[in-house]
Design a protein around this ligand. Structure first.
Ligand SMILES: Nc1nc(=O)c2c([nH]1)NC[C@@H]1CN(c3ccc(C(=O)N[C@@H](CCC(=O)O)C(=O)O)cc3)C=[N+]21
Length: 286
């Protein structure tokens, strides 16, 4: 048996095409959405992600605003860049690329983002709204995962979902998203303190692996026919490696590969958040 590939790259492409039409309507009203990025330091991975985000923007008609700071930037300098983007009318949404270099207070920076411009859904007010089940910009990776499953009609309602990894960008908000009434999945959030990971994953209809441990999920840990989404990213000498071992493809019913799965969906959802913020602004101005 070989799993159906959840092709995030292809889905992201069609989402960008849909967005280009929505952006064209905004242009017609004299509004150009603008994505800002704050990038601190010279981590090659972070630079490559940010480059990719701006390339996506150009494709759909979103303007780009970059604030690149050296790795030596102080807390005050990073906060100043955030204040400038809060004030900049050309910037309808922005992100602070994570992780920030050591010594900088990430949570404090995220807290200073204007919640209406939070394109990542990681501002504490917006994370709080997710807990309260109120409308707010959603974190991009969890939103991308839900959208990818929806487009392939993998049922979520009543599904047993095991999320591996409790990070703030993926695991934690994903559990909140999947347990809203509109998704109605049952979620088990596993982490390094989980006693018997395989006992949980074997019972799951959907496994989302975002631990950052290469090859953590092996075929013997997966229920036949289950959907497995690889969200782990580890940089090894062999290149980028996910959390899911190759033999999972023989057992799973659906497999979101890495690369080519959730990564492109994350980028697409960032664009969605920026366009939605611009649409809300247009509606408020009308
Ligand atoms: N504030 C913030 N927001 C983020 O959304 C954020 C972040 N910080 N820090 C880092 C992580 C990582 N992340 C990825 C996005 C796209 C791909 C992606 O498109 N990957 C391609 C491969 C690209 C490659 O080869 O490097 C793929 O999976 O096919 C991967 C990873 C967003 N992140």
């Amino acid at each position: 048996m070989s799993a159906i590939v959840l092709d995030g790259k292809a889905v992201a492409k069609s989402i960008r095409e849909e967005l280009a039409e929505r952006v064209a309507k905004l242009h017609a009203k004299g509004i150009t959405p603008g994505l800002g990025t704050v990038l601190v330091g010279d981590d090659p991975g972070s630079h490559s992600y940010v480059r990719g985000k701006h390339r996506d923007c150009a494709q759909v008609g979103i303007a780009s605003i970059r604030r690149d700071l050296p790795g030596t930037a102080t807390q005050e300098e990073v906060e100043q860049a955030v204040h400038e983007l809060n004030e900049d009318p050309a910037c309808t949404g922005y992100i602070v690329q994570l992780p920030l270099p050591g010594g900088l207070d990430e949570n404090r920076v995220l807290g200073l983002i204007d919640p209406v411009k939070d394109a990542d859904g990681l501002q504490p007010v917006n994370l709080g709204k997710l807990v309260l089940m109120e409308e707010a910009p959603l974190p991009c990776t969890p939103r991308g995962i839900v959208e990818l499953l929806r487009r392939y009609e993998v049922p979520l309602r009543g599904a047993e979902v095991v999320v591996v990894g409790r990070g703030v960008t993926v695991g934690r908000p994903l559990g909140l998203l999947l347990t809203r009434r509109s998704e109605n999945a049952t979620v088990t959030l596993c982490h390094t303190g989980t006693r018997d990971l395989a006992a949980h994953t074997r019972n799951a209809d959907i496994v989302v692996a975002g631990a950052g441990v290469p090859g953590l999920i092996t075929g013997d840990m997966v229920k036949p026919g289950a959907a497995v989404l690889d969200v782990g990213v580890s940089r090894t000498e062999a290149g980028l490696v996910g959390d899911v071992a190759p033999d999972v493809a023989d057992v799973a019913g659906y497999l979101s590969p890495n690369p080519g799965g959730v990564g492109p969906m994350t980028r697409a959802m960032l664009l969605v958040n920026v366009v939605e913020a611009a649409e809300r602004r247009a509606a408020a101005a009308a």
